[in-house]
Design a protein. Structure first.
Lengths: 175, 526
């Protein structure tokens, strides 16, 4: 058993070669842009997710070796923060605010409606690949909830179930 | 020759209600009518039920119209809106409206008035006078002014800002030390509490005020590097800060020679990544350092051993943004507002189920009832207001009989609540307080950093206990167990997340026991 493990390790391909070229290029570019910043890991992960839509788990070893961190450290950071995804999202990410101020204006019903009509739970993507549904805890729109964020920065206020259906239809049509 | 000045907010709330389409319609309609306009994208005046609230500069002052939809714009022009003429949506001068007339806007003095990204506009409206005064003062005098103003941290903990600064000033190192050793200024812009949005509005509506406040802090304690840690859920604030920082550098208010003083101050924006716990200051510091945002033991205090192990001033957005006016008008001016040990003004945020929501900045001393009914106009749904949560998801739920509580730090502490960041969320009588208690524990389970066992495990166990109460399984025994569990969380957690999650839970049980009884409508077994 022990011998096998050692052999596996010896046979393991070099880190870089297991990464598809576009991913490798994106990782190296984001590292080059940020490596001189103090505490560079979070900016690098943000950049990478902005470029690829997610942080590929297979890229963590390369990031770790470039930053002189252990793979465990990088894995620990990536999985700590809710924002980072380990798989590509649907064509549009739709975030529904679950926090109290939105609850006071009907967010619980909106959440149930969204999951039901899309046929998915939070952190899942519709079968057509169009919509990924995610929870968010406050978008700073606490006076005009329920609040929904579509994509990176399209914030919507007073989203009733009917308005939500319109937004989803528009998001589907746009992608 | 510039044309008629028209103001359309670029605040996130205004945009969420359609301000971008309104702005486009105004530009298009003006072009068709051959009217020369100068479009200013200001911050929000804080009257959300009237957003998008647009203004036009006339000979008789600024005239507001709202809420304006894009479809209203041709009609507005036809009615003579560029001259401030009559229209069904005409509101008159914002300052004359009831909502605004009794406010005391110190921190938010420029929000909604100026072009947030224009350094020239900022300076024309009193900006950078505080920093210029500070540059002419000794470090100790700047800190003394902040101490004498009575300013307490507006992030929630209400620790005296001047004392924090004094500790960092007295710590070894700084720009003038030989050899120079870094100290840091860090702004906590991780405004994750539901019901709070004053940081966001300030950063979108007057980001240079925050930048000036941080620069003054740098001059005061001898720090040359600052970081703003902004939550990534605020894309609009991010854009505003990016632009404002670049403009401040270009105008010489950041960099190697701030305001021609020969002193350096650099500022960098860092983004959070969706972790509520990073609003806790030591988690935030770990996060900037590129690590998991886990709470640190204190001591050492961040003022002694903070970012990268160096002495660090870490304050909330509103705390920093209150500093320019203190250095401009003097400590006594600021101190003259407020009551008791709560000095100055507080930007109060009205949210949730209210007819009129938004931002009100005034001196401490107004009652909750005045805010909910006189300002808020009662519930949005038209039903009775049953519960109010103040201070975010870790704040207590208060019943109607406590609505006469005065808004100041001590009065809230006296009723077992906390004012926190000044966010007030109202619920009507359809709220199920057992569900709210359950949510508080669920939120704690989602957001716990995992360091302390009571918070990491106790939150999940708490959700299960509430579920058993709802299902009427050993109700009395489980209520006692929940109380015991909350006690463990309160006393066995390092930071406020585990320590204060019991507040919404216990207050819900204490003030709304009927929702935890067998006869509660939502979870009756029959």
């Amino acid at each position: 058993m022990h011998e096998e493990t050692c052999n596996d390790f010896a046979r393991r391909p070099k880190l870089e070669s297991v990464l598809p070229d576009p991913v490798r290029t994106a990782v190296m570019q984001t590292i080059a842009r940020n490596r001189d910043r103090a505490g560079a890991l979070l900016p690098i992960l943000h950049d990478l997710q902005d470029a690829l839509g997610y942080v590929p788990p297979e890229s963590l070893a390369l990031i770790a070796s470039e930053l002189n961190l252990t793979r465990a450290e990088v894995h620990g950071v990536v999985t700590f923060y809710h924002h980072f995804r380990n798989a590509p999202p649907g064509r549009r990410v739709v975030r529904i605010c679950r926090a109290e101020a939105c609850q006071a204006l009907g967010a619980r019903a909106l959440e149930a409606h969204a999951k039901h009509t899309l046929g998915i739970d939070f952190h899942e993507t519709t079968v057509d690949g169009a919509i990924t549904l995610e929870p968010v805890y406050c978008l700073g729109n606490c006076g005009c909830g329920p609040s929904v964020l579509i994509g990176d920065d399209d914030l919507r206020a007073r989203v009733t179930p009917a308005v939500f259906d319109e937004l989803v239809a528009a998001a589907r049509a746009a992608t | 020759m510039s044309g008629v000045k028209v103001f359309v907010p670029r605040d996130a709330v205004a945009l969420a209600l359609g301000a971008e389409r309104v702005a486009q319609a105004i530009v298009e309609t003006a072009r068709l009518r051959g009217i020369d306009i100068e479009l200013v994208r200001n911050g929000s005046r804080g009257l959300f039920w009237l957003e998008p609230l647009i203004e036009v500069a006339t000979a008789a002052g600024r005239i507001a119209y709202g809420p304006v939809a894009a479809a209203d714009v041709p009609g507005l022009f036809a009615a003579g809106f560029p001259d401030g003429d009559a229209h069904a949506l005409r509101l008159g001068a914002v300052e004359a409206m009831d909502w605004f007339a009794h406010q005391q806007r110190l921190c938010f003095a420029r929000v909604g008035i100026t072009d947030p990204l224009s350094v020239a506009d900022y300076v024309a409206h009193g900006g950078y006078r505080g920093l210029q005064n500070a540059l002419a003062m000794g470090a100790g005098d700047i800190v003394a002014a902040v101490t004498d103003s009575g300013l307490r941290g507006r992030g929630g903990a209400a620790f005296p800002t001047g004392i924090k600064w004094r500790t960092v000033l007295d710590a070894p190192g700084g720009a003038s030390a030989v050899p120079a050793a870094p100290k840091y200024i860090v702004c906590n812009a991780d405004e994750g509490d539901s019901g709070t949005f004053s940081d966001r509005m300030l950063m979108e509506g007057d980001p240079l005020c925050l930048i000036e406040g941080m620069t003054i802090a740098g001059v005061a304690v001898g720090a040359t590097q600052g970081y703003i840690y902004l939550r990534c859920e605020y894309p609009h604030a991010r854009r505003a800060l990016d632009a404002a920082i670049a403009n401040a550098y270009a105008a010489g208010w950041l960099g190697a020679d701030i305001g021609g003083s020969g002193k350096r101050f650099d500022l960098e924006l860092r983004l959070g990544a969706g972790a509520y716990i990073c609003g806790e200051e030591t988690s935030l510091l770990d996060s900037i350092e590129g690590r998991r945002g886990q709470v640190r033991f204190k001591p050492p205090l961040p003022a002694i051993k903070g970012l990268f192990g160096k002495p660090t001033v870490i304050n909330n957005v509103i705390s920093f943004a209150s500093v320019p006016v203190i250095l401009d008008q003097g400590a006594q001016f600021y101190r003259d507002f407020g009551v008791g040990r709560s000095r100055g003004t507080l930007p109060i945020q009205l949210g949730g189920n209210l007819k009129r929501t938004g931002l009100i900045e005034m001196a401490f001393g107004v009652t909750l009832r005045e805010l909910l009914y006189d300002y808020g106009g009662g519930s949005h749904s038209g039903r009775p207001i049953r519960a109010v949560q103040v201070g975010g998801p870790l704040g207590a739920y208060l019943p109607e009989r406590l609505f006469d509580t005065v808004v100041d730090y001590e009065a809230f502490a006296a009723i077992g609540a906390m004012l926190g960041h000044g966010g007030i969320v109202a619920f009507d009588d359809t709220v199920d307080m057992l569900e709210q208690a359950r949510y508080a524990l669920e939120f704690c389970a989602v957001e716990s950093c995992g360091k302390c066992t009571p918070c990491r495990i106790g939150s999940t166990r708490g959700v299960e206990v509430v579920d058993r109460i709802r299902a009427d399984v050993d109700r009395e025994k489980n209520l006692a167990l929940l109380d015991d569990l909350c006690n463990t969380l309160r006393h066995g957690s390092l930071c406020a997340l585990g320590g204060l999650t019991p507040d919404p839970v216990i207050s819900a049980i204490k003030h709304f026991p009927e929702d935890f009884a067998r006869s509660a409508p939502s979870h009756r077994l029959d």
